[in-house]
Design a protein around this ligand. Structure first.
Ligand code: PLP
Length: 364
């Protein structure tokens, strides 16, 4: 059967290679996982189960249950983010796809800081938009001058992701204000993926949406409540954008899972700061454990750290790490460069400790 042309624009060979290499490992030290190592809080599980028992099992409104939408708008208002509207999506991933479909025409350019969360590149290519990468090595902060230099008449959108996957870097207020000025000058839309702002170790949450109305804020509950399999995310955006995204959702995902939306509402009443404190400690553990042997930027958020491989070749370094029973992800999966590799510290301390030991041995 002949597949559609667009399927060829999604290249999953990088990730597949890692999976293939990892397949032969028995009980590896696994620092490759892109989700929290803790489980959904018991109280939240109970809410989900109760929602199912109460018969909250049918389609919800396309844009999500009003209770959750209102709470989210209110919560962001308290952070001085006055979004016009919000749509509940099938994970933040569903939100990215809907947002791209709603805003990007074929040939439109989207500026993506490199390194980047893999999905951006492949979804942009998939829908026929053109990713334009802005290199952020070596400290992974954005440079508004470099962003402006990447703008062409086809540029439509700038994508931000802070705290960042895979670097853990958090953009500073000065940088965000600089990017905002560039975006305003050129009339560009900002899509800001803030799904990791529940893991911020040295600063308070800050968003370009506080100052720039032409922004879509994307987030969700996969990381904050470890609900990765329940598929609840959301996008705050101007009314017309939410309406367009809802139209596409109506004929595709239909809605986010019903019971999980009720559980997400309860997450907003939970205090998740203990997880943040725990991951701050893990951040200190891994950073302190490798910083003397690796060129590495201290992450300010998320649960990733992105060191440079000793040989400048992240691909062969990861092969070597796998040969030493450590599973990490080559930077080439997240970047047009292959010099680095990603460590996830969403793991037990013991696992992180074993990983540090192997890494220091491999540093030579
Ligand atoms: N955005 C970033 C930066 C991510 O790292 C991830 C998941 O790893 C997502 C979005 C997708 O999250 P969700 O599970 O809500 O689709």
């Amino acid at each position: 059967m002949e597949l559609a042309e667009r399927t060829k624009r999604i290249d999953s060979s990088g990730i597949r290679k890692v999976f293939a290499l990892a397949a032969n490992m028995t009980d590896p030290v696994n620092l490759s996982i892109g989700q929290p190592h803790f489980d959904v809080p018991e109280s939240i599980k109970e809410v989900a189960i109760q929602a199912i028992r109460d018969g909250r099992n049918s389609y919800t409104l396309t844009a999500g249950i009003p209770e959750l939408r209102e709470r989210l708008l209110e919560r962001y208002r308290q952070r001085r983010i006055e979004a016009e509207d919000v749509i509940i999506t099938s994970g933040a991933s569903g939100g990215i796809l809907l947002c791209f479909l709603a805003l990007l025409n074929e040939g439109d350019e989207i500026i993506i800081p490199d390194p980047y969360f893999v999905m951006y590149k492949h979804l942009a290519n998939f829908i026929g938009a053109k990713p334009v990468y802005v290199d952020t090595y070596p400290d992974f902060q954005l440079d508004p001058v470099k962003i402006e230099a990447a703008i062409t008449p086809r540029t439509k959108m700038i994508l931000l992701n802070s705290p960042n996957n895979p670097t853990g870097v958090v953009y500073t207020e000065a940088v965000l204000r600089g990017v905002m000025e560039v975006a305003a000058k050129h009339g560009l839309t900002i899509l800001t993926d803030e799904i990791y702002d529940c893991f911020l170790y040295d600063s308070k949450p800050i968003s370009i949406a506080e100052w720039y109305p032409n922004t879509i804020v994307l987030s969700g509950f996969s990381k904050s409540a470890a609900m990765t399999g329940w598929r609840v995310g959301y996008a705050l955006a101007p009314k017309a954008v939410v309406a367009a995204m809802a139209n596409i959702q109506m004929y595709s995902f239909v809605c986010a899972p019903s019971f999980a939306q009720w559980a997400a509402l309860a997450v907003l009443d939970e205090d998740t700061s203990a997880n943040e404190d725990d991951y701050r400690r893990k951040r200190d553990l891994i950073y302190g454990g490798i910083k003397d042997r690796y060129e590495v930027t201290k992450p300010g958020g998320a649960f990733y750290i992105f060191p440079k491989a000793p040989s400048d070749d992240g691909d062969s370094f990861v092969q070597e790490a796998i040969g030493n029973n450590l599973l990490v992800v080559p930077g080439s999966v997240f970047s047009e460069r292959k010099t680095h590799f990603r460590i996830s510290f969403a793991a037990e301390d013991r696992e992180i400790g074993r990983g540090i030991e192997i890494l220091n041995r491999l540093a030579g």
